[in-house]
Design a protein around this ligand. Structure first.
Ligand code: BTN
Length: 306
């Protein structure tokens, strides 16, 4: 904890309480503020949905010390979170909320899913207590043709938060190619306007499913990860990158290129094969010889040894 930490007091208080209970006096001394200021910060946290209790001889205590309940998640993501200890699919729930008019930024998070959906009709294994399963509703003022760029933007945000790389268009992978996170983008659109997009994101935070080549963020970073903290960073990064989608999206495309593990490699998509040379401003993957891939699953082809 730095003396010069300039985040709001409430943020520093909840971080301190995540380590264990503390009295108002102890918090006041640690942060060099009055007990009244601590009391105000506690009231602010409660108003934001963080569940705290005060007990004689113990002081203030987070009701959910593991930090994965509606209150702590809402605080971490700076919005009310629709949290479920278990649900079928956060994306199904988020899509239903969006159809009912839920605003941009609506976030559904589950500790576990019983019917997690993956791309191309696959399923997403979603055990409790270990990984992240979330779906974010966005209503960007874009054309349906720009939707592929939102997929790239989501991948950049997730890869930045997880310290991982991207395989075109939006697979988030470890440097050795094992999957760290998956993104399922589903949308509602009219001919000339996107009504909403639901970005469903699954991240292997502390556990990598054994049945697929998968890696976890904890493995990449060499230590168990705080899921709630990672969720807050990830949602902020995804929203920041999605806001960069526009006619040319230069900052977004530069960030995508910087994390790409596809560019410069020989790839196969269906029966098309070539070296990936760039990503176009509409999100398509450009191959040598001028061919462009707009959709599909990229397979990395081993380069022949010379
Ligand atoms: C992929 O196949 O790579 C995409 C997987 C996306 C899984 C996430 S988990 C949270 C959200 N809810 C779902 O049912 N699916 C997405």
């Amino acid at each position: 904890m730095s003396l010069w930490d300039d985040r709001p007091l409430a943020a520093r208080v909840v971080e301190a309480l995540a380590l264990g209970p503390a009295s108002g006096q102890a918090l006041a001394s640690a942060f060099g503020v009055s007990r009244a200021a601590i009391w105000k910060a506690i009231e602010q946290l409660r108003a934001e949905g963080v569940e705290l209790r005060a007990a004689a001889g113990v002081g203030y205590e987070l009701v959910d010390p593991a930090g994965f309940g509606a209150g702590v998640l809402s605080w971490r993501c700076a919005r009310p979170v629709h949290y479920f200890p278990e649900t079928d699919s956060t994306s199904r729930r988020a899509f239903a909320l969006a159809m009912d008019g839920a605003e941009s930024g609506t976030l559904v998070v589950a500790d576990s899913q019983t019917a997690g959906r993956g791309r191309l009709g696959r399923s997403w294994v979603s055990p409790p207590g270990t990984n992240l399963y979330l779906s974010l509703v966005l209503r960007p003022p874009l054309q349906p043709a720009q939707a592929p760029l939102l997929c790239l933007a989501a991948a950049v945000g997730v890869a930045e938060a997880c310290g991982a790389l991207i395989k075109w268009p939006n697979d988030v992978l470890a440097p050795d190619g094992r999957k760290v996170a998956g993104i399922l983008a589903e949308l509602q659109a009219e001919v000339d306007a996107l009504r909403f997009v639901v970005l469903g994101i699954g991240v292997n935070v502390n556990h990598a499913p054994p049945d697929v080549p998968a890696a976890s963020v904890s493995e990449l970073r060499g230590a168990p990860q705080d899921r709630a903290a990672l969720l807050g960073e990830l949602v902020a990064a995804v929203e920041r990158r999605c806001a960069q989608v526009g006619p040319d999206s230069p900052a977004l495309l530069a960030a995508w290129r910087a994390r790409s593990m596809t560019l410069g490699h020989r790839v196969r998509v269906g029966d098309v094969e070539g070296v990936a040379v760039d990503v176009r401003s509409d999100g398509a993957l450009l191959l040598d010889g001028g061919r462009a891939i707009v959709a599909g699953d990229v397979e990395m082809v081993a380069q022949p040894s010379v």
